[in-house]
Design a protein around this ligand. Structure first.
Ligand SMILES: Nc1ncnc2c1ncn2[C@@H]1O[C@H](COP(=O)(O)OP(=O)(O)O)[C@@H](O)[C@H]1O
Ligand SMILES: [Mg+2]
Length: 338
């Protein structure tokens, strides 16, 4: 639905050229939740602002819904932007207006004059985000999470097809973050909305995204399904994000490796059936080997339960290889180099 082809963007400030994006290729599918993760200054905000043309690329092509949006005239651009909602880290609400007025604002801007229709739409949006009873309050009377809910209601007021989220949960505590992410997921499922979000937190990606791109220095260094990127990170930047999310470090538990240089050390990744069956102990019992667990992590990625163990297989080499083959046949991903 959204395609960026060889997109470059640099800012010019007082004759100095500041590069922000260097050749971005990206495709986002209709109805998915797509995440972009990167450190501060990596180019995330620039990237997301290109999608609704708040910024224009210096080079490259962008198509949305099959249309080359860079060629739009003023009127086409205005109509196009109505199809894209956006929420922000600091909510960007109008402090002198009530919750209802904040939400009705974009509806009026879009040209709707019928008060009954506007009211109905506002009520529907506030219902969706669970804020109906706060309708007449002002932003300063709300918590951070409630303010972001108003932001979401406002962003969806004109029934957009795409929602852009720029660090939407970065100003919120962990529990509120979870509730906002849960709401975004519900909206994605209920309305079929395509969501593009940027964040510096891998936990946000793991909780709601289907696919992710990792951006570093204005370039995408890795991308793919979140399960793939999370369980098999290839780029050092990605590995660091994953380790950070798990409060781990690269050599956690692996100190035991040196104890037996003849042992087979493998990383086992479990997903789907391999998670639902006791394949690990079965292989140990049936092949007559022991597994020493060096490192492990289990959890869910979006709705997918999965796990990963680094093990040293103890016992006769032939039996050890047979056990690993049995695991592999049962759907466990067995890696020697990781
Ligand atoms: N309006 C701007 N004018 C000049 N430089 C900018 C502007 N916006 C961003 N930049 C620069 O572009 C780079 C990428 O910034 P940004 O897209 O905001 O990254 P992120 O959102 O990942 O922190 C940084 O070097 C930043 O200083
Ligand atoms: Mg930013």
């Amino acid at each position: 639905m959204i395609h960026l082809r060889n997109v470059h963007k640099s800012y010019t400030v007082k004759d100095k050229v500041i590069p922000a994006l260097n050749g971005i290729d990206l495709s986002i599918v209709r109805g998915e939740i797509f995440g972009v993760i990167g450190h501060s200054g990596a180019g995330k905000s620039t990237l997301i602002r290109l999608i609704n043309l708040l910024e224009r690329p210096t080079e490259g092509d962008i198509t949305v819904d099959g249309e080359a949006i860079l060629h739009y005239d003023t009127l086409a651009l205005r109509n196009f932007r109505r199809n894209i909602g956006m929420i922000f880290q600091h909510f960007n609400l109008l402090s002198s207006k009530t919750v209802a007025e904040n939400v009705s604002f974009p509806i009026r801007i879009a040209g709707e004059r019928d008060t009954a229709r506007i009211d109905a739409r506002v009520d529907q949006m506030l219902e969706l985000v669970g804020l109906a009873r706060h309708k007449h309050k002002y932003p300063k009377q709300l918590s951070g999470g409630e303010k972001q809910r108003v932001g979401i209601a406002r962003a969806l007021a004109n029934q957009p097809k795409i929602l852009l989220c720029d660090e939407a949960t970065s100003a919120l505590d962990p529990q509120t973050t979870r509730s906002i992410l849960q709401l975004l997921r519900e909206i994605n499922e209920k309305l079929g909305l395509t969501i593009v979000l940027i964040t510096h937190e891998m936990d946000v990606i793991r909780t709601i995204c289907d696919r992710v791109a990792v951006i570093d220095g204005g370039k995408i260094v890795e991308s793919g399904p979140v399960t793939q990127v999370f369980l098999h990170p290839a780029h050092p930047t990605t590995r660091n994000f994953v380790l950070e999310a798990e409060n781990a470090s690269e050599d956690d538990g692996l100190g035991a490796l040196g104890q037996d240089s003849s042992a087979l050390v493998r990383r086992l990744t479990f997903m789907g059936d391999a998670m639902a069956q006791p394949v690990f102990t079965q292989a140990a019992r049936e092949c007559g080997v022991d597994f020493l667990i060096l490192n492990g992590r289990f959890g869910t990625i979006k709705a997918t339960p999965c796990g990963q163990l680094t093990v040293s297989v103890r016992g006769d080499k032939g039996k050890a290889l047979a056990a690993l083959r049995q695991l592999s046949d049962a759907g466990v991903v067995v890696e020697e180099n990781f």
